[in-house]
Design a protein around this ligand. Structure first.
Ligand SMILES: Cc1ncc(C[n+]2csc(CCOP(=O)(O)OP(=O)(O)O)c2C)c(N)n1
Length: 204
């Protein structure tokens, strides 16, 4: 157990409150998708229903294509662990309009709370036992502004950094394991893509 005290739903809601047309949100699969949708379904949200490992790459492409917009990726630790290489690509590009938040519950929550590699472990004397440190990986990739947030007192600064600080910004937020209601966006991927493009570009 991480001893996390932060709750993902109110946090995501706080981050997305007042989101305007300047903010493009990519939601990772599973719980992040439901969190982002609970905060309010928006045409400028692109929820990735089953696309595990895709959100950071998609966020990067969007950030490079839309330099005048802020792009925020909200995803889980299981998803992030699946696409660590995308952090090196983000570092290579240094998009100043991209922020990534990993909601780290140390579990594959959506599929039954199996422990992910960010979970503390006990694999013998050569293992620190600390679990994988995603912020350290991001730093090692070359994303200088990478950190882990655990305390409620750090949340106001977290909100500012995710919404406005020149990026790339990478934040891991240690969150509680919770059983929460599904709050689903539309389920048709083509429709989600079309409505996103319509809202952003004026055509599907
Ligand atoms: C390639 C692939 N493998 C497995 C899955 C099944 N799957 C769906 S959600 C999920 C867990 C996601 O875990 P995490 O990103 O930590 O999100 P959480 O629900 O814990 O917030 C898995 C393994 C999938 N959708 N795609």
């Amino acid at each position: 157990m991480s001893g996390a005290t932060l709750q993902r739903r109110p946090l995501v809601k706080q981050i997305l409150v007042g989101a305007d047309d300047n903010l493009l949100v990519i939601a990772g699969l599973g719980s992040s998708n439901w969190d982002v949708t609970e905060a309010g379904d928006r045409t400028l949200n692109m929820p990735l229903w089953g696309g595990m490992g895709a959100p950071v790459g998609m966020g990067l492409g969007l950030a490079l294509a839309q330099p005048a917009k802020r792009v925020l990726v909200i995803t889980g630790d299981g998803d992030m662990l699946m696409s660590l290489g995308s952090l090196a690509t983000v570092a290579a590009q240094q998009p100043d309009n991209l922020a990534i938040m990993v909601l780290d519950n140390e579990k594959f929550g959506e599929t039954g709370n199996q422990a992910t590699h960010t979970s503390p472990r006990n694999n013998g004397p050569t293992d620190s036992g600390a679990g994988t440190d995603l912020a350290l990986i991001a730093k090692g990739c070359g994303i200088a502004d990478a950190a882990t947030v655990r305390e409620a007192s750090d949340v106001p600064q977290l909100l500012r950094h995710l919404r406005t600080k020149p990026g790339p910004v990478f934040r891991v937020v240690k969150v509680m394991v919770e059983k929460l209601e599904f709050v689903m966006p539309p389920q048709d991927g083509a429709h989600l893509k079309d409505r996103f493009r319509q809202a952003l570009l004026g055509h599907p």
